[in-house]
Design a protein around this ligand. Structure first.
Ligand code: ADP
Ligand code: MG
Length: 684
């Protein structure tokens, strides 16, 4: 019996050299090897009589070598092996370039299966550099669907294929089935051994599909179980218990009354914090739904209980803005508020750190500088992170590690489709703010191409004349010669706009500027000293300029739908009628479909559902923006149905066996434990 944790080097047929090459692909153990799924497949399953093959067709033929292969040296570095092969229907000329050994491998009078691309010239057919093997019925590289793997130096497809074959032969019999029997039955999933064999060496396309479905299901199911179990454990974890404070003083101090959804989110979070367990809550709400206010209420609640809060933003601009907003909201209520960002001088930082350590602040706002090693907190009870998809789960945990199990509130403006939310945020409780503050207008959205440039400029002029400000978003900072596609760069485009509108104030902001400069430009925009601000996606998250009523996105095809939705959220934040124009010269069907979703709805959740439907979860899991462990489903192209099903089944199972302690769940528990262990950093 071969242990799945066995080092690949001990597998028969895999030597030191191959093992070393495999390690570069992240393959160390037998388990890694058989879980290294093909990148794609090549269909070599069709075998045809020579006479029936067509020009350009990639196909297998089974033929006998009719003459002795001839080796000719055309010149130094160019050797040709030529031969003719025949079957009952006809003949084919075969040429190998620089493969002199073909002369010795192929013998006159013997039959082989050749795979290659047929060329037809008059009545003659030819093959160049075909793949071949003996026609003895054991077809390994011909006559079937062949896996294509990601490879690296020291490994070619053939060795990779052989290595996987050896690996499978060593362990196929004893792969444990982590799926409970009834789950497998109910969802009609293939058995483990079958799935692993057929994901690598599918008998046919139907077998491949069955294997794929099973493996995707398994991966998502194990992940859902892991996250579900973490959440179960967390809710039993002891936290700092707060006692109910009277929020009416807080609400009364606001310039407006909270929406029902805001009130509800605050109440849910307060109930968590008062329960004695640790809060792990996600507040999900569209741009402009007023998440900051929810955080402010909870910060106030903490302060009323004598504890401090830390508020972490993903960028300096945002930290700055939150600092202003929260100071305005909470300063008058007597809270002591500080900030800590990377761009502050060493002296400023030192001062803030001292006040933090001495417990002289109720709230600290900052960027990731908040969790630098030398920052110490006194009585930290609440950690708020804004726009969490930017942080990844790991960074969040660094800050959480600072206090004594502080409560955690995560705020995300990226609406995640409900089907994904459970998996992505499986370890968090979720409050949804599904109501916008009153008086918000819909942002009218248009998708146009370059031919509208003139009209677009007229529209910019009109907006500015009415006293409004304009955002223009470009996909790049500076012009890039290497890119074949011409993309608008922020700098270049700003220069163009200055020429078109010599009398207007055009600004340019991008991530390569120093934090101080960015802040100065943003401040000027907020103060109304810039008419047109050309930007890269640094303005994507959170920045508030109520007077901006038009946003133009250049090369809109370069942005994801949820990103476009975020960008659109930069306007329509004041009382002015606002517009969003998406400029794209890409008239591919997919792009048109995507952009048209933007023009039809302003609902972030709907947009994300549509995005998921168009791209599939594989894309999502592949993008690694979510802080989850690397998933194979990305390669396998998961679909939404499997995802939903896996989630349902995981919930069902955890309801009956929360700790997965039943003997029949031992294999599953082991898988879940391994996932949590391997990814200890990214979870937590
Ligand atoms: P986001 O959810 O995108 O972070 P913000 O918290 O920045 O949204 O709020 C967006 C704007 O809406 C801010 O200017 C804020 O002052 C305002 N706002 C928040 N809640 C309300 C409310 N209940 N009524 C009116 N305006 C509100
Ligand atoms: Mg916000």
């Amino acid at each position: 019996m071969t242990d799945l944790n066995t080092d690949v080097r001990y597998i028969k047929g895999i030597g030191e050299k191959k093992a070393q090459a495999l390690s570069k692909l992240g393959v160390f153990s037998l388990r890694d090897l058989v879980s290294f799924f093909p990148r794609k497949y090549e269909d070599r399953s069709t075998v045809k009589p020579i006479a029936l093959t067509c020009e350009g067709e990639s196909v297998c033929i089974e033929a006998m070598v009719a003459d002795t292969p001839r080796l000719t040296r055309v010149r130094r570095g160019l050797e040709l092996v030529k031969l003719r092969a025949v079957d009952e229907s006809g003949s084919v000329d075969i040429t190998f370039f620089n493969q002199p050994y073909a002369k010795d491998n192929l013998h006159r009078g013997e039959s082989y299966v050749f795979f290659g691309k047929i060329e037809v010239n008059g009545v003659r057919r030819s093959l160049i550099n075909p793949v071949y093997e003996k026609a003895d019925g054991t077809g390994r590289v011909t006559g079937r669907i062949i896996p294509v793997y990601r490879v690296c130096a020291g490994l070619n497809q053939r060795t990779m294929l052989q290595a996987v074959r050896q690996g499978l032969d060593a362990c196929l019999e004893q792969l444990p089935d982590v799926l409970p029997h009834e789950v497998r039955e109910r969802c009609q999933l293939a058995q483990t051994g079958y799935a692993f064999e057929n994901i690598h060496f599918p008998a046919d396309f139907e077998a491949l599909e069955l294997a794929r479905r099973r493996l995707i299901f398994e991966e998502l199911f194990v992940l859902a179980c892991a996250l579900g179990r973490m959440r179960g454990e967390r809710t039993r974890e002891q936290g700092i218990r707060m006692t109910g404070s009277d929020l009416s003083r807080f609400w009364a101090a606001l310039p407006f009354s909270p929406t029902g959804a805001q009130r509800r989110a605050v109440e849910q979070a307060m109930a968590d914090m008062d329960s004695g367990a640790v809060m792990n809550r996600l507040v999900q709400g569209d741009v402009g739904s007023g998440k900051t206010l929810v955080a402010a209420a909870l910060i106030w609640h903490c302060a009323a209980n004598g504890y401090m809060s830390a508020f972490m933003a993903p960028t300096e601009i945002l930290a700055e803005q939150h600092y202003h907003t929260l100071t305005e909201l909470l300063g008058p209520l007597g809270l002591r508020i500080g900030k800590l960002t990377g761009s502050m001088t060493a002296k400023e930082k030192r001062q803030v750190k001292e006040t933090l350590k001495a417990g002289q602040l109720d709230l600290i706002i900052g960027t990731h500088a908040l969790f630098s090693q030398d920052v110490e907190y006194e009585r930290l009870a609440l950690v708020v992170t804004d726009e969490q998809h930017r942080f990844g789960v790991g960074q969040r945990s660094a800050l959480i590690g600072k206090g004594q199990k502080p409560h955690v509130l995560v705020m995300s403006a990226t609406p995640i489709p409900r089907t994904l939310a459970l998996i992505i945020y499986g370890d968090l409780d979720v409050s949804v703010i599904d109501e916008l503050p009153p008086g918000r207008q819909k942002v009218d959205t248009f998708a146009v191409n370059e031919s509208y440039r003139q009209r677009l400029n007229t529209f910019i002029r009109k907006q500015v004349k009415e006293g409004r400000q304009v955002f223009v978003v470009c996909p790049m900072v500076e012009e890039n010669e290497e890119l074949a596609v011409k993309l608008k760069s922020a700098q270049e485009h700003a220069a163009e706009l200055s020429e078109t509108f010599p009398d207007l104030r055009v600004g340019c902001i991008h991530g390569k500027l120093k934090a101080k400069d960015k802040d100065a430009i943003m401040a000027a925009m907020v103060a109304g000293e810039i008419d047109i601000l050309v930007a890269t996606t640094v303005i994507e998250v959170g920045v508030d300029v109520p007077n901006a009523a038009l946003i133009i996105v250049e090369n809109a095809e370069r942005f994801g739908l949820s990103q476009l939705h975020q960008l659109r959220g930069r306007v329509g934040r004041g009382q002015h009628k606002s517009y969003c124009v998406l400029v794209s010269d890409n008239d591919g069907e997919e792009n048109k479909a995507r952009l048209s979703i933007m023009t039809k709805t302003n609902d972030g959740f709907k947009i994300s559902e549509e995005d998921l439907r168009l791209r599939g979860p594989g894309d999502f899991f592949g993008s690694r923006q979510h802080g989850l462990p690397e998933m194979h489903v990305a390669d396998l192209g998961a679909d939404v149905n499997v995802l939903q099903k896996a989630q349902q089944e995981a919930n069902l199972l955890l309801a009956s066996d929360p700790a997965l302690s039943l003997p029949e769940h031992a294999a599953l528990r082991e898988s879940v434990d391994r996932l949590l262990r391997v990814n200890a950093d990214s979870f937590n």
